[in-house]
Design a protein around this ligand. Sequence first.
Ligand code: FAD
Length: 454
Amino acid sequence: MADPTIAVIGAGPAGIRATEALAQHRLPVIVIDEAPKGGGQIYRQPPDAFRRSPSLRYGFEANKARALHTTIERLASAIDYRPSTLAWNVWDRQLDTLRAGKTEKVPFDFLVIATGATDRVLPVPGWTLPGVYTLGGAQIALKYQGCAIGHHTVFLGTGPLLYLVAYQYAKAGATVKAVLDVNAAAAKRRALPALAWSPSMLAKGLYYRAWLGAHGVVVEDGVTPIVIHGNGGVSELTYRRAGVETTLRCDAIGLGFGLKAETQLADLAGCRFRFDRESRQWLPERNADGESTISGVYVAGDGAGIGGADAAELWGERVGLAIAARCGRPRDTTRIATIDRQLARLAHLREGLERAFPFPSQHVSTIRADTILCRCESIRIGDAMAAIRVFDVIEMNRMKAVTRVGMGRCQGRMCSAAAAELLATESRQDVAAVGRLRAQPPVKPIPLPWSSPR
Ligand SMILES: Cc1cc2nc3c(=O)[nH]c(=O)nc-3n(C[C@H](O)[C@H](O)[C@H](O)COP(=O)(O)OP(=O)(O)OC[C@H]3O[C@@H](n4cnc5c(N)ncnc54)[C@H](O)[C@@H]3O)c2cc1C
């Protein structure tokens, strides 16, 4: 019997480990990643001519980064590796991909969707000014090309990445004016027992925070952002804490409220989704092997639910082993049992992180009505609220049709979390009840075929 065609989307920790497990069982794999080099978000590699060392780029995680980079380099000649290639659609058991302006169809028998995560953003008045970046975007500038987003940067939002990126900036010599966390210190204290499931992770988090404080960076909890000012670019940020308003001068802001799984391809593949209360996100359902509700379509890593890089590696391998067994290779039950135990432990840590840095769902209904909600279509919060009331909107796709929120270039990747919270508040429903935006191809902007007029 001919070997099946196995496609893996994503060459981050999950995709690389899935590929490795499949290759070890001598199964042919096609690996597709829009990035030019493997490593994913956390272990993103710089362009060839850039010389910052792995320890400067990845800090405590440098060895893990090196191990993954070596693995994908070693595998590259044995597999069909397609870097700089976007998978922009899944339909009828084939992918549509785009590389160097050329589209191609990739039929598959098995598909591993390991597409990772993106920043979860909430609007703040002034957040569309030049100089405001997502936290992940700020980190990409530093990790990829050794650039800072500004001379005097404030990091605002919540989540472990907030402290990590601020630390990385300050360590690299950038001036970090402040780290402002919307969550209260009490939330973090309450989460300590769950966070202690991973003492090394907890120690790193405490270290970043202590280091920032010891190096003169203002670190505050329980902050309410009020407005980002600027004329042609960021110049000030005003926030409130314990009833006191403070204005900081700055020329750049890194903004982020945790991460959001990149689930559009799983949606287009027809996978069933469930609402995850802990992270307030819709996620593809999967069984213990990582298989979705569509036979042969597997999800692994942050694209199936935010779990962090270590969990992504484990899930990747787990899925690779499961597909190998489906293809007639012996099922490695010992290794699978070990992975499952490690994943169960990491799930406790994840619970702790969600408790320490909960998504501030109430935020969006407390901000000024003239704040932009959907930046692609320039739709303001007040206009969206009015439309919800006038048209009696109770569901996300109806909201999109009526307001155009989520209809622009990003297809709701940036605004849908905030839009869902706004709709839930305005229609007095639980956020799970308002549903989610259906994914539409292309999942990211692609050029239209164009020929010049004669
Ligand atoms: C910007 C950003 C920075 C982060 N930095 C850190 C950090 O410093 N430390 C930390 O602990 N965690 C960080 N995280 C979280 C971390 O990325 C994950 O926990 C971990 O990398 C998950 O691994 P993964 O393999 O699931 O996904 P990823 O590492 O995100 O890999 C997914 C891969 O899929 C590719 N991809 C996605 N969609 C497509 C598509 N449609 N077509 C083709 N390719 C596609 C991407 O290019 C990427 O290489 C970050 C997350 C983001 C979004």
